[in-house]
Design a protein around this ligand. Sequence first.
Ligand code: 5RP
Length: 225
Amino acid sequence: MSVMTQDELKQQVAKAALDYIKPELTSDAIIGVGTGSTAEFFIDGLAAYRDDFKGAVASSDATAKRLAGHGIEVFDMNDVTQLSVYVDGADEANKKLQLIKGGGAALTREKIVASIAKTFVCIADESKAVEVLGAFPLPVEVIPMARSAVARRIRDLGGNPVYREGVVTDNGNVILDVHGLQITDAKELERELNNMVGVVTNGLFAARPADVLLLGTASGVKTLT
Ligand code: 5RP
């Protein structure tokens, strides 16, 4: 048996996500679409169904551009009340389907779009499944003038924040990647970080975890709920 590459596993879950959401694709359906390489495979697959649903809300400028490039109409979220489904990747996922996201710096818009989705379908290759969140540095989006102040407060919590140099988010902010965390209470840390003045949001999706995790493995796609 040949070993599947990480990209092949991502393609496999993207296809599984299309099968999963097919019943949601009706003429008035607007779906939420995430950001990253796994989400891109999903978007490319979604193109084949573009006449079967109304359009999408995008979690980043890059996703909006890719959707539009496939002829899928992109809606402003202010014009949308609810999404039946949001599909997005993750950097880490635990058994409770709590996630770390933001490797692609789109965490804030991803969290906003996920917040109005009835079902959040997370798609990831098996390398993203962990027992304890935190080996992947936790992204925190920060208002630029608060960068050093927030970094000091994160150090007080025991994290090691590293400024992601050269990256400006779609919202005009900067990212601190927090190393050295072993996140055993993701909900509490999510709340604590979000309460720091100057933090826009952090990449923990624990208050609103995924509802379904489609995990691409060498022996097929596993569905976790
Ligand atoms: C972007 C994200 C992505 O979902 C996450 O980084 C996973 O990316 P990929 O699918 O390329 O591995 O949160 O902000």
